[in-house]
Design a protein around this ligand. Structure first.
Ligand code: AMP
Ligand code: MG
Length: 943
């Protein structure tokens, strides 16, 4: 029914009358219930009698009381008038208009605690033109824009009025600009059309010197407000019930990914971006609509909601749409606030086809228009959604398809609306389109500049267009298969951001490069700890002896040698020795209880354990927990290092694709997983660090991390590639902010890595020392890692040591440690520091749940490809299969992607924003604790 009403509303007046009469006749003949359009008899009321406010007015009054004179609800309009203008006649025309419409003489006040509106008996507007003709053209235009902006920002006083302001600028004898500003409480977009039309009629008559005739007003706005307040009738109740059912359980907020965090209080600052859809596409969209009985609006809405669904990851998307709110014919000629807002909630779940979705949208839209008489304010009052100052209730995104406008005229004068750049946005996003004469749709996206940057909105409009094109081409394809990104953007995220191919030596093993470095500068200090230090030559010899001994003991390529020893020079010598023997080391944590050590030994099936004498008793208790036949062979670390074997180098026993190490991720609740890293991956990461940090022989790299933490590997080894020095700092130093700060200074450390929590403690320590804090003059880079780096920590660091950049380093153990680096030498703009770009020979993909690439700015899961991707989980093929999947983007067969479980998004500069975990993995001082198991079992519980 209201669909008909809507269509009727858009007809020219004479046609409308004709049609209504015919329909009434037909209805009478058929005995169907009458169309609810009969004009109510004009209620007897004197204009000066206070009337209640309509629901919509009440809200504006309330908001204005909260912030008196807010200009958020100013409706500024500006028109350029070309031709000879009779200023006097125009002035008279406006005054005739004001006399005709009570709403333009209305003021607002409170009576007995209730807001009321009262129309003044008369009001005279003055319209003296301001002469700008003397100015050069450019200045005239500039002054015009300035006055438009002034008017938009000039407050109204609702209690005093007038709530319509006119201003006339003379640019030349034949060109004027008319500025019209009204408060929304007495007007809306439709009203402005009424105003122009009627001012035109008056003006023409006054110019011609005749008495203007306009049909009598059937009622005034105040009458409508009274009717609305008095109408608690059946219809309203029924419509309210519809809305309650329709919107129950709807998401409160559409969580679009924003460029800036949503402010606690909306500022409504905004901007606009032009949108255009070509005629050919629009024709196809209409044809698509016709196929399933849907209007162009519905097709647009379906595509728009598809984009919003993909952006937010939400299955339920609510979009607002304006409705004229003048469903009775007699309201059509009124000036006043009738505009209503309807909420279109669509369920996009279950991956329907576009046609299927169109059906759902049609149902939502038809339902909404059939129940459009409920004022939005009333709906909010009834539904009582969670209220927040940070977003608008019930919906935050709007779609408007305006009816095509004819060429506006003002009594023979050509009228051209001047777009105002009001710089406002009532919602997060409003897409507003209108069909133009030459075909096609034009319009703009109005967006909140608190949330979005222009480039983001530009991409959004491209994504919408792509979905529209795809929907036309393949309306029966599942929604998920419709592409979002244009080719160029797809190329950017898949290829351009991943151009990391770098020629670094990867066809040898790390220890061979170490040996080459030893030959270049054998006497340089290679490693140092609190009690010992080795030159390159000594370290090489020591690790050679260990390797010979391991080989003699039966260690082979890819054998796993568990290592239970304190961090220090000998630990590094053992790592090297194991590699030289062709094997992989498995660090055991001396802080773990015997049960845990036994568990790791048993999961890894390591055939050998190298144990420092000090931990021999601990190991013995662990082994006692294992069945006798599955115990590894135990080798004393000290005895092995000093074994009576040659110290000469061994001939190569392993290749770059052999295992380098296995690290078990913490998993203190679930079963730990042993991540296998191959030589090539480890070496690539070492090269990545050398390149990123520009390392050389002068560098002193601090080894601070536990040997069971993947970052300990590069901390131990990287300096040895370039002739630098590894400085092992024991836990007593590495975990104490004060001791660490002193050590960095005392030992001239140039590279140090830290988890953000420790970094923050370090900064507190530095602050407490004030001006006597160490200068750290040798420190070149601080690398925060392991967890999201809070911007505040970064800011404090760069304040304390402005010339020491931070390098936010991100990477999972499974991918040989870091896969991204982000350099930061000035305080970050966002609240969290990005994790940066892919390191050398690494490709990163941000994919949605169906493994499709996400556009820039849209969150997805991070997947890693390239040299660093590890071999998988030791003896755990099922978990390996879940996390290491075939790489659909690779050209080489067998390539795999590692699924990180981290939520990220691309930033425009090709770096990544880290947004958190997808699962319940947490980090405790840099260590991974996997709660996946708990989560999985929780999911199986009945709700
Ligand atoms: P791990 O395997 O111990 O290196 O842990 C890898 C996980 O730690 C990643 O998947 C992230 O969840 C987290 N992580 C590591 N580095 C960072 C970082 N710089 N920023 C945010 N999260 C990080
Ligand atoms: Mg890591």
């Amino acid at each position: 029914m209201s669909d008909i009403r809507n269509r009727i509303a858009h007809l020219p007046p004479e046609k409308r009358e004709q049609l209504l009469r015919k329909m009434a006749e037909r209805q009478q003949a058929s005995g169907a219930p009458a169309l609810d359009l009969p004009p109510a008899p004009r209620p007897a009321r004197s204009a000066s009698e206070p009337s209640p406010l309509s629901f919509a007015q009440q809200r504006l009054w309330f908001l204005d009381r909260m912030e008196p004179g807010t200009t958020l609800f100013n409706l500024p309009a500006a028109f350029r008038l070309r031709g000879p203008l009779d200023v006097k006649a125009l002035g008279r025309a406006f005054n005739a208009l004001v006399e005709r419409h009570e709403s333009l003489r209305t003021r607002f006040m409170e009576q007995d605690g209730q807001p009321v509106q009262v129309a003044d008996p008369s009001l005279t507007l003055a319209l003296a033109p301001e002469d700008l003709t003397g100015l050069p053209l450019e200045q005239r235009e500039e002054q015009t824009r300035k006055r438009m902006a002034e008017e938009a920002r000039r407050p109204f006083d609702l209690t005093r009025g007038p709530l319509l302001r006119t201003r006339l600028l003379r640019l030349s004898p034949e060109e004027h600009v008319l500025l019209l500003t009204m408060h929304h409480i007495v007007s809306d977009g439709w009203s402005i059309e009424v105003l122009i039309r009627e001012v035109g009629v008056f003006y023409e008559a006054f110019v011609a010197g005749i008495t203007p005739v306009l049909p009598a007003m059937p009622l005034q706005y105040a009458d409508f407000a009274r009717q609305q307040q008095g109408r608690e009738g059946e219809t309203l109740r029924r419509q309210l019930d519809y809305w309650k059912a329709r919107l129950s359980g709807a998401p409160q907020v559409l969580e679009l990914p924003t460029d800036w965090p949503r402010p606690a209080v909306q500022t409504f600052q905004g901007a606009e971006l032009r949108v255009e859809l070509p005629a050919a596409l629009v024709e196809q969209l209409k044809a698509l609509g016709r196929r399933s009985g849907a209007t162009l609006y519905m097709v647009l809405l379906a595509a728009f909601q598809t984009v919003l669904h993909r952006y937010s990851g939400q299955d339920e998307v609510c979009v607002g749409t304006p409705s004229a709110g003048r469903s009775q014919a007699e309201l059509e000629g009124l000036i006043g606030f009738f505009l209503n807002t309807l909420v279109l909630r669509t369920d996009l779940s279950g991956d329907p086809t576009f046609l299927g979705l169109l059906g759902r949208v049609r149902e939502a839209a038809t339902g909404a228009f059939d129940n459009q008489d409920v004022p939005f304010e009333k709906l909010v009052e009834e539904l009582q959604p969670r209220r927040s100052l940070s977003y608008t209730p019930l919906f935050q995104v709007m779609l408007i398809l305006q009816k095509p406008q004819g060429r506006p005229q003002l009594g023979g004068l050509a009228l051209e609306a001047i777009k105002s750049t009001a710089g406002r946005s009532m919602f997060d996003l409003t897409l507003s389109l209108v069909e133009v004469e030459r075909g096609g749709l034009v319009g703009h996206v109005e967006y909140s500049t608190d949330l979005f940057e222009e480039a983001t909105i530009a991409r959004l409009t491209q994504h919408l267009r792509r979905v529209l094109e795809a929907a036309v081409a393949r309306p029966e394809a599942p929604l998920a298969s419709l592409p979002l990104m244009p080719e160029a953007e797809q190329r950017q995220v898949l290829l351009d951001f991943n151009r990391t191919d770098t020629d670094v030596p990867l066809d040898v093993c790390f220890h061979q490069l170490f040996e080459a470095q030893t030959d270049r500068a054998p006497d340089a200090v290679a490693v140092r700890d609190a009690s010992s230090s080795f030159s390159y030559r000594a370290l090489d010899a020591r690790s050679n002896r260990l390797a010979h001994h391991l080989v003699a003991s039966g260690v082979q390529a890819d054998s796993i040698v568990a290592l239970l020893a304190p961090r220090g020079c000998d630990f590094i010598a053992s790592n090297l020795g194991v590699l030289k023997a062709g094997a992989a080391w498995l660090p055991l944590d001396p802080l773990h209880p015997p049960q845990r050590l036994a568990q790791i030994l048993s999961l890894s099936r390591a055939p050998f354990v190298l144990v420092a004498d000090v931990f021999a008793p601990l190991l013995a208790s662990a082994l006692a927990l294992l069945p006798e036949d599955s115990r590894p062979r135990v080798l004393s670390l000290e005895a092995s290092l000093n074994a009576d074997v040659p110290s000469s180098r061994l001939s190569p026993r392993a290749s770059p694709s052999h295992l380098a190490y296995v690290i078990f991720t913490s998993g203190s609740t679930g079963t730990p997983k042993g991540a296998m890293v191959e030589q090539r991956g480890m070496l690539n990461h070492l090269h990545a660090k050398v390149l990123a940090l520009g390392l050389g022989p002068k560098d002193v790299v601090a080894q601070t991390a536990s040997q069971c933490f993947d970052i300990s590997v590069w901390q131990s080894f990287v300096a040895l590639l370039v002739g630098g020095q590894t400085l092992v700092l024991g836990d007593d130093v590495a975990h104490s902010p004060s001791a660490l700060l002193n050590a960095l200074e005392a030992h001239a450390v140039s590279i140090v890595e830290s988890v953000p929590s420790l970094l923050s403690a370090l900064l507190e320590e530095a602050d407490s020392r004030g001006s006597s804090r160490p200068a750290l003059s040798r420190l070149r880079f601080m690398l925060p890692t392991g967890e999201a780096l809070p911007a505040e920590t970064a800011r404090r660091w760069l304040l304390a040591w402005p010339s020491i950049p931070l390098v936010n380093a991100y990477g999972p153990t499974e991918c040989s440690d870091d896969v991204t680096h982000a350099f930061l030498s000035s305080p970050p703009a966002s609240s969290v520091v990005p994790i940066g770009r892919p390191v050398c020979n690494t490709r990163l993909y941000v994919l949605d749940s169906l493994l499709r690439p996400c556009p820039l700015g849209i969150p997805g899961e991070l997947f890693v490809a390239g040299t660093g991707v590890g071999r998988g989980y030791l003896f755990d093929s099922s978990r390996t299969a879940v996390s290491f999947i075939p790489d659909p983007f690779a050209s080489s067969p067998g390539a795999r992607l590692y699924r990180t479980g981290d939520r990220v998004r691309w930033l425009p500069d090709g770096s990544l924003d880290f947004l958190g975990r997808i699962d319940f993995q947490v980090k405790l001082r840099g260590f991974r604790i996997e709660l996946g198991e708990i989560e999985a079992s929780l999911r199986q519980l009945p709700a």
